[in-house]
Design a binder for this molecule. Structure first.
Ligand code: F6R
Length: 606
């Protein structure tokens, strides 16, 4: 999500920090800022938009004597992308500055407590709450920064990587993490923090990868790691990395797409942050919004496929009639949108022209709009009456992967939330699904390397195909559509996604030994139906990859067993399998995976 760099050394810190932020630009951001201690004062400079805005502000300052500093590029999760919300944030007495990547789930409770004690806030962020909590900890612990951090972090819930500086300790930085990336760079007479290695790569290749619950203190000549809770010292290994800048940007992966596929366990965790509570679902964004009588989902491309998947789920769990519309069709129809309905606009970028036009039409017809999007402050989020953010972090690969995973997570939360409100979903069923969903990131972390190996094997076998049929039924039908879309957009192999039962109404004419089928045939109530559809393919000598579960009676050319997951949760395993197959095909064929021809990340034209 956000970009972080911290520096303690012998060079002028501010230019080095700004240069580090520039190397993190590839991740995308909406504002930037730096802080440093100079002449006994803690300085913070921030600007919305690109780094040029920050550099312009720095032109008027003499920033060359500070040799400790830190900088941040923000990808908004709380509060609009404006200067007051940009990092670093200071505590209300202006003695501490903090940069933060992640989400503090219980910041509202802590903010209320601090407000009651007279603390004033200048931003809408959870990060400003955290720095003020640390300042309170300093008071409680006689000004000891380590004790204060340990105390404050013991009280917060959520995911974070933070770097802290103090006016009273101008040559020291502290940092810690939970479920957000943070690395330390070890130099000679200088040490670094970075959210990613490129932040400091020109200066050192000796790195220490920090783990959850570790607290670090650096100066120009020292670095020490402690357990955040107990402050007991921890021995860490320094690793030498040989990555070039491009590999470092991709976290050592060959492409952003594969990096983002592997980020999906984290994407699920981040989407759930602050939204599940015991066995229930809490969506503060929907407080006061009545459960809709009908839902009209409007989206394009991969987001449309997520919407289709959501339709099955919301109808089943919440009993709400759902219509899913391709935005470019919806906007030029004369749709019937009776009162009591809600339009759900799904968009990763929040800038897709057709989806925005759909929102406008809905509003003209008097229907409220809920935006489900990733980019905070985007047009969809501004035009919608309510917004649910997917919290997936920047998606760089043009082909969308982790964004869909986050949309599925959010749609499942919506179905559970509305099902609970309407009483169509028993609390025990909801609790079971919430528990299974919360466990999904670990399942996926374990499964992804094996899924990739299988995808590599299959890609080598099928790379000569010129066409593919993807089949799925029920909730797996939208996933079949998505599998086909991924394959065609990055490998340029023609692919069709079809509902298995519909195949005999036309596409079956195409089946021959050179036209393979990728079938989603999982352990669910529709398995026997899918199986008989596949027999029809086999009768015409078509080869089949069967994405299935161990123990199921399915005889196909290439059986691909994936871990079993309960009900709709199987999508969180199926989706990465489909993405990995497309990725490995495209990579094997030498295609430009991250920048496929003719495609753009944000489609802001008709
Ligand atoms: C496919 C893909 C596109 C987008 C579509 C909608 O990999 O990325 O199909 O899903 O252009 O984009 P958003 O979600 O930004 O509205």
């Amino acid at each position: 999500m956000c970009g972080i760099i911290g520096y303690c050394g012998h060079r002028p810190a501010v230019p080095l920090v700004v240069e580090g932020l520039r190397r993190l630009e590839y991740r995308g951001y909406d504002s930037a800022g730096v802080s440093f201690v100079q002449s006994g004062a803690l300085h913070v400079l921030r600007a919305p938009g690109k780094l040029a805005g920050l550099e312009k502000k720095l032109e008027d300052e003499n920033v060359f004597s500070a040799t400790t500093g830190m900088g941040h590029t923000r990808w908004a999760t709380h509060g609009a992308p404006v200067e007051k919300n940009a990092h670093p944030h200071r505590d209300h007495e202006g003695k501490l500055a903090l940069i933060h990547n992640g989400i503090i789930e219980n910041y509202q409770e802590i903010k209320a407590e601090l407000c009651a004690e007279g603390c004033e806030f200048r931003s809408d962020t959870d990060s400003e709450v955290l720095v003020n909590l640390i300042a309170k900890g300093m008071k409680l612990h006689g000004g000891d920064v380590m004790q204060a951090l340990s105390w404050a972090l013991g009280r917060v819930e959520g995911a974070y990587a933070i770097v802290l500086m103090s006016m009273d300790h101008p040559g020291t930085l502290w940092a810690t993490r939970v479920a957000s990336p943070l690395v330390m760079g070890i130099g000679t007479g200088e040490n670094f923090f970075g959210s990613d290695i490129p932040a400091f790569l020109p200066y050192t290749r000796d790195v220490v990868f920090l783990e959850d619950g570790e607290l670090v203190r650096i100066t120009s000549g020292s670095w020490e790691v402690f357990n955040t809770a107990t402050l007991a010292p921890i021995a860490k290994e320094v690793q030498h990395i040989n990555w070039d800048v491009q590999a470092a940007e991709k976290g050592g992966h060959k492409h952003f797409m594969i990096k983002e596929i592997f980020e999906q366990p984290k994407v699920i965790r981040d989407c759930l942050l602050g939204r599940i509570d015991g066995g229930g679902v809490r969506l503060a964004e929907l407080d006061g919004v009545p459960v809709p009588e009908r839902l009209h989902i409007v989206a394009c491309g991969t987001s449309y496929h997520a919407g289709l998947w959501g339709m099955y789920l919301i109808e089943k769990l919440a009993g709400i009639p759902v219509q899913v519309e391709i935005a470019s069709e919806f906007r030029y129809r004369d749709p019937i949108l009776p009162k009591g309905g809600l339009v759900l606009a799904i968009s990763q970028s929040g800038e897709t022209m057709d989806t925005l036009a759909g929102i406008k039409l809905a509003k003209q017809r008097g229907l409220p709009v809920l935006g489900l999007c990733n980019v905070v402050g985007s047009s969809v989020s501004r035009e919608s009456d309510h917004v649910l953010y997917t919290q997936a972090g920047p998606e760089i690969s043009v082909a969308s992967t982790k964004a869909m995973c986050s949309q599925l997570t959010a749609l499942l939360l919506l179905a559970l939330y509305w099902g609970g409100k309407k009483g169509t979903l028993p609390a025990a069923d909801c609790a079971r699904m919430v528990t299974d969903l919360a466990a999904m990131p670990d399942v996926l972390d374990d499964a992804l390397p094996g899924l990739r190996r299988e995808a590599q094997k299959l890609a080598r076998h099928y790379a000569g195909a010129t066409s593919f049929l993807y089949l799925g039924r029920g909730m797996n039908f939208p996933l079949a559509l998505e599998g086909a879309l991924k394959l065609k957009e990055i490998s340029y192999i023609h692919a069709e996604g079809y509902a298995s039962g519909e195949m005999k109404h036309g596409p079956i004419a195409l089946i021959d030994p050179d036209f393979p089928t990728f079938a989603i045939a999982l352990d669910d109530e529709l398995f026997p139906k899918v199986k008989s559809n596949l027999v029809e393919v086999q009768a015409r000598a078509g080869e089949i990859i069967g994405l299935t579960n161990e123990g199921l009676d399915l005889a196909v050319e290439h059986r691909w067993n994936v871990p079993r997951a309960a009900g709709p949760l199987s999508a969180f395993v199926t989706l990465p399998a489909l993405q990995l197959f497309a990725y490995e095909m495209a990579d094997y064929l030498g295609k430009d995976v991250d920048q496929p021809r003719n495609l753009a990340k944000s489609v802001t034209v008709e």
